[in-house]
Design a protein around this ligand. Structure first.
Ligand SMILES: Cc1cc2nc3c(=O)[nH]c(=O)nc-3n(C[C@H](O)[C@H](O)[C@H](O)COP(=O)(O)OP(=O)(O)OC[C@H]3O[C@@H](n4cnc5c(N)ncnc54)[C@H](O)[C@@H]3O)c2cc1C
Length: 395
């Protein structure tokens, strides 16, 4: 970087802060190296819509520290000043030598690559705000229904700024013809962006959290690193169709619907009792959005080891989740071809119909496996271990 700055004749080097803990360390080293060389180094909080210090300033109890719980954070966030949306500066183009960009293959992904540019991201935002956003409250829960925004990669790579999304959302909310429920959807969408800022400020203020649970007492919880069914989870062959549809969607596209993420993550942590870090790292290699702070924050939240006032294991019943959010099996049928022609009753998986699961007919030569664990029993066994552990640490 130093050489690059010198070659460019720069006196100042500015960059957008990356909240991944490893990157934070590298950025500090870069800042020192630049300053020692007599250059000005400017690190900018460009990724969140609201600067972490703006929300931290609202905390009187713990001056200068971030929030560990979302509920008070979102109140502070909605009152905090947002960074203005400025015009894009003009960049000078310099004839500097650069290594070629890595190919998707070198990055270890097989997912189809997406168009990535500022104009593409702005177009996607405009198209989403035009109409689909008005169904957002349902979209974030129903994977085969209306779409969510699919903006995570654009936000992670900076082709779209979160403050631009919020500014455009404000404009949309001024539409006088909106129904009350459509206003609710717009507020839910803004809240999703607040959630993003929340996890970014968490990574900023609590830097050791990526590998150490934010809850100190949960650092010693004996999550397993392995399970005989771990490969089945990776491949989307757990025998729970809703979980498997999510995992297969991820493998095929580099993205998984948010409701399926919750259920598949919960299945790993509680049905299999496997460490949340194993799941996070597995998905990091597959997800199109490379955002370590958001991955860690969400995985810790599901596992019940991270930020929140009331931390507890978020155990989702994969059968009930499928009934509630994919009642006609459209999502499951989309991603699990073996089940495409099965009756709805076969699509919920788990304890209710084990014999039917085992006797599923072959479809195009492929069989769908029986459940790798019995959900109710596995969840109860986990809760017993969790209860014993909590009693132990409280002593
Ligand atoms: C176990 C688990 C792991 C996750 N890992 C990641 C990850 O690695 N990277 C990532 O960007 N998101 C992650 N998420 C959050 C969320 O699922 C994705 O941001 C969302 O699915 C992206 O799709 P979208 O743009 O259509 O989202 P939408 O629902 O349309 O939301 C719009 C934007 O709001 C933000 N957002 C929404 N929900 C969340 C959330 N729970 N946390 C933080 N930001 C949110 C995202 O930037 C998203 O692009 C994870 C969630 C879970 C439960």
């Amino acid at each position: 970087m130093l050489r690059l700055a010198r070659d460019a004749g720069a006196s100042t080097v500015a960059w957008t802060i990356d909240y991944d803990a490893l990157a934070l360390g590298r950025q500090r080293a870069l800042q020192s190296a630049l300053e020692e060389a007599g250059l000005r180094a400017v690190a900018v909080h460009d990724a969140p819509a609201v600067h972490p210090d703006e929300t931290a300033a609202a905390r009187s109890a713990d001056c200068g520290r971030g929030y560990r719980a979302f509920a008070p954070y979102v109140t502070a966030w909605s009152h905090a000043p947002r960074a203005p949306v400025a015009d894009v500066p003009r960049f000078a183009s310099l004839p500097l030598v650069s290594e070629p960009l890595p190919t998707a293959h070198e990055l270890g992904t097989t997912a189809p690559s997406q168009a990535a540019s500022e104009s593409h991201a702005r177009g996607a935002l405009a198209a989403y705000l035009a109409a689909p956003v008005l169904q957002y409250s349902a979209a974030r829960n129903v994977p085969a229904g209306e779409p969510t925004a699919r903006l995570s990669a654009a936000l992670a790579f900076g082709t779209l700024a979160a403050r631009t999304v919020l500014a455009e959302l404000d404009v949309r909310a001024r539409d006088p013809f909106l129904l009350a429920e459509e206003h609710v959807a717009l507020r839910a969408f803004a809240r999703a962006l607040a959630q993003r800022d929340f996890f970014l400020q968490l990574a900023w203020f609590f830097e050791d959290a990526p590998d150490a649970p934010l809850q100190p007492r949960m650092r010693r919880f004996p999550f397993a690193r392995n399970h005989p069914a771990l490969d089945a989870w990776h491949d989307g062959r757990t025998g729970y169709p809703f979980v498997d549809a999510g995992l297969r969607q991820l493998r095929a596209t580099g993205w998984m619907h948010p409701r399926a993420r919750l259920v598949a993550a919960s299945f790993l942590c509680f049905d299999l009792g496997v460490d949340w870090r194993v799941g996070r790292d597995a998905w990091e290699a597959l997800l199109e959005e490379d955002d370590a702070a958001l991955a860690t924050g969400n995985w810790q939240w599901v596992a019940g080891v991270g930020a929140d006032l009331a931390q507890f294991p978020r155990i989702y019943n994969p059968r009930k989740q499928a009934r509630a959010f994919d009642p006609r099996g459209a999502y499951v049928r989309r991603w699990i071809p073996e089940l495409r022609h099965r009756p709805d009753a076969d699509l919920f998986g788990g304890a209710q119909a084990p014999e039917r699961q085992l006797s599923l007919e072959l479809f195009d030569g492929a069989t769908y496996p029986p459940p790798v664990v019995e959900h109710e029993a596995a969840a109860r066994a986990f809760l017993r271990r969790y209860g014993d552990f909590m009693r132990e640490v409280r002593r």
